[in-house]
Design a protein around this ligand. Structure first.
Ligand code: ZN
Length: 99
């Protein structure tokens, strides 16, 4: 009899833990609202970015040449892109004038 009554209830009781809206950051230890965390992360957003910066610094120290080379390549690509865009814009503008 009791089971029949339960069958009509949604099967959520196993999953439904009382959801905490705060979490303690594993890096700075501060208890904060969940909005200060990325989904499924134990570190708060600020610490997440800090650790990202730290590991990038480490990476940069160990790979200076690669990083510089990539930066140069990106800068060159961007300049090329800007040059082509400027050229296309000039052609388009001229076409509009001719029409
Ligand atoms: Zn933190």
């Amino acid at each position: 009899m009791e089971r029949e009554g339960r069958l009509n209830e949604p099967m959520l009781d196993i999953k439904q833990k009382p959801k905490s809206i705060t979490r303690a950051c594993t890096r700075c230890g501060e208890e904060m609202h969940l909005s200060r965390f990325y989904k499924n992360r134990a570190r708060c957003k600020a610490c997440f970015h800090e650790t990202g910066k730290e590991s990038y610094k480490k990476y940069y120290e160990n790979n200076k040449e690669t990083v510089k080379e990539r930066s140069r390549a990106r800068s060159f690509r961007n300049k090329e892109k800007a040059r082509v865009t400027a050229l296309v814009m000039r052609v388009l503008d001229n076409d509009t004038i001719r029409i």
